[in-house]
Write a protein that binds this ligand. Structure first.
Ligand SMILES: NC(=O)c1ccc[n+]([C@@H]2O[C@H](COP(=O)([O-])OP(=O)(O)OC[C@H]3O[C@@H](n4cnc5c(N)ncnc54)[C@H](OP(=O)(O)O)[C@@H]3O)[C@@H](O)[C@H]2O)c1
Length: 276
């Protein structure tokens, strides 16, 4: 991502918070163990946001891993907050964004954030509209030295183009997986531009991927549907970076090994039909 080098297999920390991404996890020691295992396994990319918990996920990352290894890149996002019902109302006014960047710096214990994604849209997905004012605020914070690199999340292709016209971005983080392929065209154009595409909900998120074709390929390869889904993403395009989430060290290990599964052309053709 830009001048930052990360492993293609990263870790998404959202689901370390409590149910509905609110409050602390039931198993705090288990959550800390997952984060430490991720770094021990060689993962150098952790995705988070101060809205997870809120503050909980960032605090867990800091407790588990600070002082951070030189190689570790922590990617965060701003642009949404939390309400009492666990909703994710947008918070993209300049003052809200400035506060969110400072909150992330404080909870993570950092002087500068490696990558900050401007989270757009809402829980239903990307929504049209200009990002100029919000993105411009983050560019100002980048000039102040608080942010190294910028990205956008939950964004339309038009918003990605608008952001790139304002300042360089190093990544786009949108929903995408084997069954949900709305960004196929965007991924190709970002690959050409050398910009990372980081799918969120790579395993289906709160509703794990289920498909007969996926299960059939997994059983033929003596593997699991989750492994095949991750291996497919890595094959899908060279600019795709994984941030699959899990609250289990066993699943983390299984996913890391599974993502390395070799898929044949026949497997790919079968999997390709799922989201088409
Ligand atoms: N930008 C945005 O708007 C946005 C939105 C959502 C998420 N994100 C980011 O994307 C990351 C990934 O999303 P996500 O964690 O919600 O969804 P995900 O990676 O698609 O799936 C995570 C779910 O899959 C389960 N899982 C993982 N490995 C498994 C395995 N080997 N076997 C069975 N179940 C397995 C996990 O349960 P266990 O805990 O039991 O393993 C968890 O429930 C998040 O951590 C977050 O950083 C960003």
């Amino acid at each position: 991502m830009g001048d930052l080098t990360v492993t293609r297999f990263g870790y998404g920390a959202m689901q370390l918070a409590g149910p509905g991404v609110m409050g602390p996890p039931a198993d705090r020691d288990g959550a800390l163990a997952v984060l430490r295992a991720a770094v021990e396994l060689g993962i150098t990319h952790i995705d988070t946001a101060d809205a997870y918990g809120p503050r909980i996920t960032n605090q867990l990352i800091r407790e588990a891993l600070h002082p951070y290894p030189d190689t570790l890149r922590i990617v965060t996002k701003v642009g949404a907050t939390r309400d009492a019902q666990g909703g994710w109302p947008p918070a993209r006014e300049p003052e809200a964004l400035r506060r969110a960047v400072h909150d992330n710096l404080e909870t993570l214990g950092l002087d500068a954030l490696d990558v900050v994604n401007l989270r757009l849209g809402n829980a239903q997905g990307p929504q049209p509209g200009s990002l100029a004012e919000a993105f411009g605020t983050l560019v100002d914070l980048q000039h102040d030295g608080l942010i190294r690199h910028l990205g956008v999340s939950n964004a339309t292709a038009e918003q990605v183009a608008e952001a790139r016209g304002i300042a360089p971005i190093v990544c786009v983080q949108n929903m995408y997986n084997l069954a949900y392929r709305g960004d196929d065209g965007l991924i190709a154009s970002l690959a050409e531009a050398g910009i990372a595409y980081v799918p969120f909900f790579p395993l289906g998120g709160f509703s794990p991927l289920q498909s007969e074709a996926l299960s059939a390929v997994a059983s033929r390869l003596a593997s699991t549907p989750m492994s095949v889904a991750l291996a497919w993403l890595l094959r899908r395009s060279p600019n795709i970076l994984l941030i699959a989430g899990t609250s289990s060290v066993a699943h983390l290990r299984e996913n890391l090994v599974g993502a390395g599964l070799a898929l044949s052309d026949e497997d790919l053709a079968e999997l390709d039909k799922i989201g088409r």
